[in-house]
Design a protein around this ligand. Structure first.
Ligand code: SF4
Length: 82
């Protein structure tokens, strides 16, 4: 939360450049979030999505692979600090 408090403080005091650099330094050290595509299966047909025409197997990610990715993410210090 110290990260967000400092960002907020810098922004409220109008120091936008410092707030930007604070955020960039923070995110360069560790990933803030992660997106995991756990399946390629989807029954929907959203017009903007290439999923239905993208030539790849329809699969579900094995649970052990998902767990491995999350563990690696955590070991890298991923996520927001408490
Ligand atoms: S965006 Fe693509 S993957 Fe997501 S619900 Fe629509 S069709 Fe499915």
């Amino acid at each position: 939360m110290a990260f967000f408090r400092k960002c907020k403080s810098l922004m409220l005091s109008g120091e936008m450049d410092k707030a930007y650099h604070h955020m960039m330094n923070y995110s360069a050290k560790r990933p803030l979030d992660i997106n995991i595509e756990t399946t390629t299966i989807c029954p929907m047909k959203c017009k903007f999505c290439c999923n239905r025409i993208f030539p790849r197997d329809k699969v579900v990610m094995p649970v052990n692979m998902f767990q491995s990715i999350v563990k690696e993410y955590i070991s890298m210090g991923g996520g927001h600090s408490a």
